[in-house]
Design a protein around this ligand. Structure first.
Ligand code: 5GP
Ligand code: MG
Length: 177
């Protein structure tokens, strides 16, 4: 297995991740079976999770992409850059925003606010990981969460450190706190 020397510990193995993804897929299948939802991947970090998740949702759906950047190294910059270039018309649609991890929640609260202005029927958030102890936007919760984690900087399964490690099939920690 490809394990870069910077990865100190594996937090979730491939099997553990797929159990979380399966369970999210089952819940979404129940909730969206009659709604032809639009699943929106928040690039780049959510790309791996997104591609696994949509294959666990057993009902008709469409997909779309938007891009959001806020991290520099292991620090959230506090400024979020969004690009909606590839997003179709969402008016009247049931939108599910798919994100790798919710941290301060600045990114998702901004994305939700911008998308809400386009009059979708509903917007829900599905994330694989959640770090509730890091919240800056108070009261923000995801509608579907794979698993909550402590205040750790994680990489792999789409998540990067300065654009590296996205291709690891597991989720690991670079430095122990
Ligand atoms: P937020 O706006 O909630 O602070 O951060 C959201 C984005 O920051 C996530 O989508 C992710 O791209 C990045 N991020 C937050 N925590 C981590 C982490 O532990 N590891 C990595 N690689 N990225 C993170
Ligand atoms: Mg992300």
């Amino acid at each position: 297995m490809f394990t870069p020397k910077e990865v100190k510990r594996i937090l979730f193995t491939e099997d553990e991740i797929s159990r979380y993804v399966n369970s999210l897929g089952e819940r979404l299948t129940c909730d969206y079976s009659e709604k032809n939802p639009l699943f929106v991947c928040v690039l780049k970090g959510a790309c791996v999770f997104f591609s696994d998740l949509i294959r666990r949702v057993e009902c008709p759906l469409e997909i779309a992409f938007l891009s959001a950047e806020s991290y520099c190294g292991t620090q959230s910059t506090g400024e979020v850059e969004l690009s909606f270039d590839k997003l179709p018309e969402i008016s009247g649609r049931y939108v599910v925003l798919v994100e790798d991890i919710v941290d301060t929640a600045r990114t998702l609260s901004l994305v939700k606010e911008k998308l809400a202005a386009r009059n979708p029927a509903s917007i829900k958030v599905c994330c694989l990981l959640d770090k509730p102890s890091r919240r800056v936007v108070s009261g923000f919760t995801a509608d579907y969460t794979g698993v909550e984690i402590d205040d750790l900087f994680v990489v792999g399964y789409g998540l990067d450190y300065d654009q590296r490690f996205r291709n690891l099939p597991y989720i690991g920690i670079l430095e122990e706190p």
